[in-house]
Design a protein around this ligand. Sequence first.
Ligand SMILES: [Zn+2]
Length: 587
Amino acid sequence: MSYLVLARKYRPATFDEVAAQDLVVSTLKAAIEKGKVSHAYLFTGPRGSGKTTVARILAKALNCEKGPTAKPCNVCARCKDITAGVSLDVIEIDGASHNSVDDVRELNENVRYATAGGHRIYIIDEVHMLSASAFNALLKTLEEPPAHAVFVLATTEVSKIPATILSRCQRFDFRRIPPPALATTLQNVCAKENIEVEPEALAILVRKADGSLRDGLSLLDQVWTLSGGKITIESVEQALGLIGLEIFFELTDAFVQKDAARTLSVFDRVVEKGADIEDFLDQLLYHLRNLLVARLKQHTEELLGLSETERQEYVQQAEQFAEGDVLRMMKAISDLKLNLSRLADPKILVEAELVKLAWLDSTVDLKEVLEKLESGGGSSPSPGSGPKGSFSTKPPGSFSTIGVASTEYPVRASGTAGMPSPLPSPQSFGNAQSASKASAGTTAVAANVPGKAVEGAVWKQVLDRMRKENPASVSLLEQCHPYFSEQDELILSFGRSYEGMAKLKFGGRGNGRKILDEVLAEVFGRKIVLKMEFVANGPAAAPIAPVPGSSRVSVDDWLEKYPDWKEIWEKLQLEAIERQPNRPETN
Ligand SMILES: [Zn+2]
């Protein structure tokens, strides 16, 4: 007994079996019943939505021995031939490979001959691939088709079809099969085939099928063949080489914790699993999309193809992110995807991007815009009104220093196969403090600043107030490290590259300086003497208020140890500067 693949076995054989194309089906059925079948149809819609399946059912409806009928019998010789794909009255042409004018001329020749079956149906798949001259040749036949001919032109890209062709066709739009409908269909197939399947496993198949019944059935077939018994989440992940959802939750959790090392160790595990990097990025994008949906909607019906537990997990994790942060992450990942194919070793770029995301500073501009939109374009939010537990309310992480509190680091197996780990192991930075001191020299960086660092929460108040009073200066202020000198002056320590910009904005005569002075007096409750310093190896990005109990290592130390990263680092630095929405004012 030969095995019939599920995709063929369960291909809909009647109009009523076609999922989710109600309008198309009811219109076609009515046309057949009233004897008003057109000579040319255009079926457009995503792949796997049932275009050629419906075209074949139409062929059966017209040619069934009991027809024309909207309910072809599927048992007569003509129906069976069409189902088996051997009927001489159904001509299927692949437009992608038969796209020349000669191909269409041959077709035109064929069309002239009458048929025994009543109608001959020409299904041209991917018709948008035809050449211009081929379309012209086809047009002649569409203008004066013989009575027995019915053309079904199927396409995924209707915009590429010439208007002259469109005007000759009756158009039907097929839609992607919605996940619930697809889930029901697959569930029914499983029941008929005695396939035991976990609902969560089915949910993954539905998600992967992306609205295509054919893909859904093929995936089910593939997993069933490989799993041998009950279909579980694990067997689906294994069979399809998928990365478990928990990996992505762990990854975004590491982003929230600003834990670059854990980010990399999670990615290591992905690579060890042998997962395709592009697949991984696709799934990461989808995961971020789900976070965004959970964040924005506050309800989870739109989290498609997930179990209830997973939905709850999304809702919980989404609370840790501001919308703007998720959007920026999505943008970063899609940009990365575009660049991926150009690289010989994409892995290192993905690692760099993940580290960047882990160090991503709180969204300022985008979040502000979103909140302004929410409040009807009114005033800026008051301090602390940001989303609870979002990036913005945490002491920001930094491009310039890396927290290496030993508890933050999972112990990594040394000598992981593949490439060497680019981040320091806890052991190698056991004496991080002294290493940092040694290289920091006279520059004031992070934990080694003389005097007293401004507490993160206090500095945030300053930034929030400035955001209200002088928003154009905030992103620059975010680039400095503020601390009190031994003389009780407030020193804004900038990297050398910000010197010009900072002097323009806060250099005494600038309007920004006056506002900043006022805000500082307000926040600290006393007059503050403000100074700026510019240091060669100083903070290149955001300020850091040292977290008690954690030692920090400067990037320079780190790059010295891992020179491979220098180039990437410099690139990231550059981007960090380019991203500044504010340019120095010219007047
Ligand atoms: Zn029949």
